[in-house]
Design a protein around this ligand. Structure first.
Ligand code: CA
Length: 282
């Protein structure tokens, strides 16, 4: 019997318009009425998730920043695993040298360089002029999705990020595949760090003890629910860790192939209320 369902947001619960459909919202409500604790597990910052749920009666536990934070339904921080300051500064210095657009997730804000959006504009122009088959509109959509998060604080450099800010997650975003790969290779073997990707154009860095899977374990323990009585659903590589530990694993129909391969059940896409299908089956 499943007592906890962990749901990814982007590409999973949110449809392609970044909305929660009526069907999905109703299914979450019904699952709650049946005694299933429905929780959110996302790469997004907690305050950003709160904005998304602002008009909803749902008040879930939130695993945020790819597992670096866990907040209770009242918004209190229950658990966090920040990246050490020195390590974070080393990463950010490199990203700035390589002219990456980046975002630094902390408790109150997402710090991002003032020049970042301009850098992405330049990348878009270059990519489209070298590859006429690439759709500028798709790139602009991906960028605007990135910018639609709440809580941005613009800084001239990482050096302006307040000393006291805990850094949970560093997201690097580029339309240039070579540049992205170069970034991935730069950090993939760094001791003490986890690297994942949550969408086509990014990679994200966290403390090695931060992942959706580890956070799901922590939260299930807190709620007194064995992992075999949990279920999880997602679409991207940052969901892999929780799909591997959950008792039942689901992929939405639009999930990456690697994610479909490790999931026990494949549901409809995020535009076909795949989450409602999952919840209704529990
Ligand atoms: Ca996702």
């Amino acid at each position: 019997m499943i007592k906890l369902a962990a749901i990814d947001l982007d590409g999973t619960l949110l449809n392609s318009k970044s909305e929660i459909s009526k069907e999905n919202a109703e299914a979450i409500k019904r699952a709650g009425d049946k005694g299933i604790e429905v929780i959110i597990a996302t790469g997004r910052a907690h305050f950003d998730v709160i904005e998304i749920f602002r008009d909803s009666s749902l008040k879930p536990w939130v695993i945020g920043a790819n597992g670096a934070t866990i907040h209770d339904p009242q918004g209190n921080l229950f658990h966090s695993v920040p990246i050490g300051r020195e390590k974070a500064e080393g990463i950010l210095e490199w990203l700035e040298q390589q002219e990456f657009y980046y975002e630094v997730f902390s408790e109150k804000a997402i710090y991002t360089p003032q020049s970042g959006r301009e850098l992405l504009e330049i990348e878009m122009d270059r990519l489209v002029s070298a590859n006429p088959e690439v759709s500028l509109k798709d790139l602009q959509l991906a960028a605007s999705k990135q910018y639609s998060q709440s809580g941005f604080a613009f800084v001239d450099s990482f050096k302006s990020i307040p000393e006291h800010a805990e850094i949970y997650n560093i997201l690097a975003f580029s339309f240039n595949e070579k540049k992205r790969l170069n970034g991935w290779n730069q950090f993939k073997d760094t001791e003490g760090l986890t690297i994942v990707t949550s969408a086509h154009h990014n990679f994200e860095l966290e403390h090695e003890s931060a992942s959706k899977g580890i956070a799901l374990g922590k939260l299930a323990e807190k709620l007194g629910i064995p992992l075999k009585e949990t279920a999880a659903i997602g679409d991207s590589m940052n969901d892999e860790s929780m799909l591997l530990v959950a008792g039942k694993s689901f992929a939405v129909g639009n999930a990456r192939n690697e994610i479909k391969k490790i999931s026990q059940t494949i549901c409809g896409t995020n535009d076909e209320n795949g989450v409602a299908q999952m919840l209704n089956s529990l």
